[in-house]
Design a protein around this ligand. Sequence first.
Ligand code: MD3
Ligand code: FE
Length: 203
Amino acid sequence: TRENLMEGAMVLRQFALADAGQLLNDIQQVTVQAPFRQMKTPGGHTMSVAMSCCGVLGWVTDSRGYRYQSEDPVSGRPWPAMPESFCKLARDAATAAGFAGFEPDACLINRYQPGAKMGLHQDKDERDFSQPIVSVSIGLPVAFQFGGLKRNDRPVRVPLTHGDVVVWGGAARLRYHGVLTLKAGGHPLTGPYRYNLTFRRAC
Ligand code: MD3
Ligand code: FE
């Protein structure tokens, strides 16, 4: 099913359900080469979400700031290539949401453990905000927060569950958003974790 969360934000419920096993295999392959790590924010805090990346560009944060770069700072090597299963899903979801021609060059892989969360923020490290962001939820469910264009705009809560795909474009692209604390649980495919893949056109 396709539901319009708000202008520009399309939820494709369970769009990735049939692909979840393949996606998890490919997450495993990528993270052998670029292991999950908890990065530091410019303010010196360690993020509770563990991250890895694949594709031509990866998103990183450290004491110098937030940015995209072509090397994994842990290994000094290029990020692993984006698996075909990732790329195909991102393109198909974007097309289904009205963004045919989306060619992501960056995929951020977020891994939430119990207690992990992501505070309200905007995604604005990319060059072209006319390009959408595609996000894929795998494993444990979580409550997602979708706010406005100002940090103080009261967010709405949206549950995101295994297999859900959201395409954020147009008027939704610069809205504040975040993820509430992951509650402990067990998922048949991911155990204690929630994974989120975010596909972007960074440059
Ligand atoms: C709404 N990740 O990595 S994905 C992120 O579940 C991030 O891991 C969350 O926010 C996660 O930056 C949420 C959903 C998402 C992604 C990008 C957006 C929602 C968005 C950009 C604009 C508006
Ligand atoms: Fe974000």
